[in-house]
Design a binder for this molecule. Structure first.
Ligand SMILES: C[S@@+](CC[C@H](N)C(=O)[O-])C[C@H]1O[C@@H](n2cnc3c(N)ncnc32)[C@H](O)[C@@H]1O
Length: 238
C-alpha cells in the first residue's frame, strides 16, 4: 500500500461530500453508447441479443462515493444491474453510504448497490462487467497495480482517470522510489503517459484515451491550486 488506510480514513472524516467529477460524466457518455438498450441497437439487429446485457459496475477506490452517486442516478437508463462501491477505507465507505442514501435521485437504485470495505487485491472481480477507477491507479503501489489488473476478467470494460507525469519537473513532491512521489506525507505513483499506457496495454485493448489538466478536477484538493496532468483511458480487458 502506498498510503495507510488510517490516513484515508482521516481524509474522508473531513471530506464527506464532493461533487461528481468531470470524468464521471465522460464515462457516462461512453456507457450510454456501450450498454444502453435504447442506444445499443434495435431488436431487428441480429447482434442485439449478444451485445446487450445488464452490467455489474464496480467503482474501485470510490472514496466518498461522489461518482457512484452519479451512476446511481443513471442506473436505470444505463441498464446497470448492480453497483459495487469498493474502498479499503471504512470511513470512505461510510461516507458513500450516507451520500447515496441522502442524495441519490433514484432511491430504489441504492437497493442495487453494495458497499465493500476491502483491499482491491482481495476483491473478486469475476462477475464485474465495468470497472471504474478515478484517481485510483496513482494511489496504489506497482505490485497492487499488477495484481489488480491481472485479476480482471477478459471482456471487462475499464475506465480510469489518473495523474500522469508530463516532464520530470512538473511534479509536486520528492521522489521516494522510481515512479513514486511524496508530498505532504501523501504518496502517489505517477508515470509518464507512454509508460503508463504500455503497462495498461499488457492487460487491455485501449479503445480511447484523452489527456489534459481538467481544471475542475482541482476540487479534489480544496483550498489548493492543483490542476494535475491527467490521462483518461477506456479499454477492454484482454
Ligand atoms: C485519491 S482517492 C480517489 C477517490 C475517488 N475515486 C475520487 O475520485 O474522489 C483514492 C481512494 O482509493 C482508496 N484506496 C487506496 N488504496 C486502496 C486499495 N489497495 N484497495 C482499495 N482501495 C484503496 C483510498 O482509500 C481512497 O478512497
Amino acid at each position: 500500500m502506498l498510503n495507510t488506510t488510517e490516513s484515508w480514513n482521516t481524509f474522508y472524516e473531513s471530506h464527506p461530500h464532493m461533487q461528481p467529477s468531470t470524468f464521471s460524466y465522460w464515462v457516462l457518455g461512453n456507457l450510454y453508447q456501450t450498454f444502453s438498450r435504447k442506444l445499443a441497437s434495435d431488436e431487428t439487429n441480429p447482434y442485439y441479443k449478444d451485445k446487450f446485457k445488464l452490467a455489474n459496475l464496480v467503482d474501485v477506490g470510490c472514496g466518498n462515493g461522489r461518482d457512484s452517486l452519479l451512476f446511481t442516478n443513471h442506473m436505470h437508463d444505463l441498464d446497470i444491474r448492480s453497483l459495487t462501491c469498493l474502498d479499503s477505507s471504512s470511513e470512505a465507505i461510510e461516507a458513500t453510504k450516507v451520500n447515496l442514501n441522502a442524495f441519490s435521485r433514484e432511491k430504489h437504485a441504492v437497493e442495487h448497490c453494495s458497499f465493500v470495505v476491502e483491499d482491491v487485491c482481495k476483491f473478486d472481480f469475476s462477475s464485474t462487467d465495468v470497472c471504474y477507477c478515478r484517481f485510483f491507479l496513482h494511489a496504489i503501489s506497482e505490485d497492487d497495480f499488477h495484481a489488480f489488473l491481472g485479476s480482471l476478467n477478459h471482456g471487462t470494460t475499464f475506465f480510469a482517470e489518473t495523474r500522469v507525469l508530463e516532464s520530470s519537473f512538473d511534479i509536486l513532491g520528492n521522489k521516494v522510489v522510481p515512479g513514486v512521489y511524496e508530498y505532504e506525507n501523501h504518496k502517489r505513483r505517477i508515470l509518464t503517459v507512454d509508460v503508463l499506457l504500455a503497462e495498461l496495454e499488457k492487460y487491455m485493448f485501449i479503445c480511447q484515451t484523452e489527456t489534459g489538466t481538467y481544471s475542475s478536477s482541482s476540487t479534489i484538493i480544496e483550498g489548493r491550486k492543483d490542476n494535475p496532468n491527467l490521462l483518461r483511458v477506456y479499454g477492454i480487458v484482454k
